[in-house]
Ligand binder design. Structure first.
Ligand code: GDP
Ligand code: IMO
Ligand code: MG
Length: 438
């Protein structure tokens, strides 16, 4: 394949984006994050060794690949530096390879306090956020009071800005949420300024860097975080994250135009998971759900929370594929279904006696939808670690083919295990160098 690739989640996150980005990255000069923040948790496994990335793009384990964090990302300085240190301890050199847009909005401690206060106040209706200040930081950005990374470079200006913004937020924390004391400004300012020298060399004009790469004929991979059903506009609002998670956001969140996005790879877990609250029509509260969770190790890579599990929801998936103009499907965690006697695909919803084939936009209607299933036979053999499509059990191939047919989208990649190499590429456009150990 020539050109640039966008990798996005088509469900509620944790589809295996990180693994696939790492696998494909050897064909690209650079990997760019364009939205979200350290609410993401992307797991990479290379020869049994696990790395979890939250902010740093999943190309970082490939020494020749550049990693960029675009303007659409909300940036916690402490999370970034901590992640850099963890990588350094693991012997991964990042110097000169990571660049961060000066236009990133900073997540500061008052965002975290607000995120947590809001969740507490919502009680039963809490969204189940990661509690990392993501939502309040995007609120500040949209309200045009957010503090951007480049503002950190002028200490006096930065201090004034933090004081002004904190006056506003302290009023909310105290008057709306009943905080006993205001948050003190000076420690917030001092802690942020302490990162200045470490961060300064990383600050870059990301749009200019991406343009230069393109001019030089180099290829760029855009790495999505979260998933389409968590999108602030098109997801299961209000049980969503606060950014646009769709492929289109790769352009605005990094600083390229839409014509720079050539192929969109939609990552689909072979079943469905969700962390946090919100509607989930195919959720299983039974032994099968339990089994999926255990076999799939479905615990959040960021918060360690148990993920809710259920069957694959084709109705929601089809909407995601349209929203993202997905070129090809990447089905992950096929191996987790090994040994299940029967598999179910949700092909329609039942809502107030009617059968729907598209998900309702109204969240309360969506929450009232019941799944209509099509049953398929499972397989007794193992698919774990298989890297040749022809070696898959016939029933596994039928399951995959049925998904592709229902979605009217070709299968591009299949993943049969967490390790980098437990992957097969079916779309020749994506695979110009099929070497087993890449
Ligand atoms: P991301 O947020 O989309 O990058 O996904 P996460 O890393 O949060 O969650 C995916 C989990 O599934 C991680 O623990 C991966 O190591 C693991 N994983 C990815 N692909 C496969 C696969 O094909 N099979 C199995 N068994 N595990 C996988
Ligand atoms: P990756 O990139 C799964 C969920 C949270 C919560 C909602 C809002 O690893 O797929 P937030 O902290 O963003 O305001 O929380 O979104 N959420 C994710 N769920 N994977 C993620 O990222 C997520 N990032 C946020 O659980 O329901
Ligand atoms: Mg994750």
């Amino acid at each position: 394949m020539s050109g640039n690739l966008v990798v996005i989640g088509t469900q509620w996150g944790d589809e295996g984006k990180g693994k696939i980005v790492d696998w494909l990255t050897d064909q690209f000069a650079a990997v760019v994050r364009f939205q979200g923040g350290h609410n993401a948790g992307h797991t990479l496994v290379i020869q049994g060794e696990k790395t979890v990335l939250h902010l740093i793009p999943s190309g970082i384990l490939r020494p020749q690949v550049r990693c960029l964090i675009g303007n659409g990302v909300v940036l916690s300085l402490s999370a970034l530096v901590e992640e850099l240190e963890t990588l350094a301890q693991a012997g991964i050199a990042t110097a000169g390879r990571l660049q961060v847009s000066g236009a990133c909005n900073l997540i500061l401690p008052y965002h975290i306090a607000l995120d947590q206060a809001r969740e507490r106040a919502l009680g039963n209706l809490a969204i189940g956020t990661t509690g990392r200040g993501i939502g309040p930081c995007y609120e500040d950005k949209a309200a045009r009071r957010g503090i951007r990374l480049y503002e950190l470079l002028d200490a006096d200006h930065f201090s004034q800005r933090v004081r002004a913004v904190m006056a506003y937020h302290n009023a909310i924390l105290q008057q709306v949420f009943g905080a006993a004391e205001p948050l003190a400004c000076q420690p917030v300012i001092d802690a942020a300024l302490a990162y200045r020298e470490r961060i300064k060399p990383l600050i870059a004009d990301v749009p200019a860097e991406l343009h230069a790469l393109s001019q030089a004929g180099q290829r760029i991979l855009f790495e999505g975080a979260q998933g389409a059903l968590l999108d602030i506009d098109h997801g299961t609002y209000p049980y969503v994250t606060s950014s646009n998670t769709l492929a289109g956001a790769a352009a605005s969140g990094s600083g390229v135009g839409p014509r720079a996005l050539h192929y969109v790879l939609g990552i689909v877990k072979a079943y469905t998971t969700r962390v946090g609250s919100g509607p989930f029509p195919t959720e299983l509260d039974d032994a099968v759900g339990q089994q999926l969770g255990e076999r799939g190790h479905e615990f959040g890579a960021t918060t360690g929370r148990k993920r809710r599990c259920g069957w694959l929801d084709i109705v929601a998936l089809r909407r995601s594929l349209q929203l993202n103009s997905v070129s090809g499907l990447c089905v992950t965690k096929l191996d987790v279904l090994d040994g299940l006697e029967t598999l179910k695909l949700c092909v329609a919803y039942r809502y107030q006696g009617q059968e729907l084939t598209t998900p309702p936009i109204d969240g309360r209607q969506f929450a009232a939808c019941e799944p209509v299933y099509e049953e398929l036979p499972g397989w007794a053999d193992n698919t774990a670690g298989i890297t040749c499509y022809d070696d898959l059990p016939a029933a596994a191939k039928s399951y995959l083919a049925r998904i592709a047919a229902l979605c009217d989208t070709p299968l591009a990649v299949i993943s049969t295990g967490p390790d980098r190499t437990e992957t097969m590429v079916l779309d020749a456009q994506l695979d110009h160098m099929q070497v087993a150990d890449r």
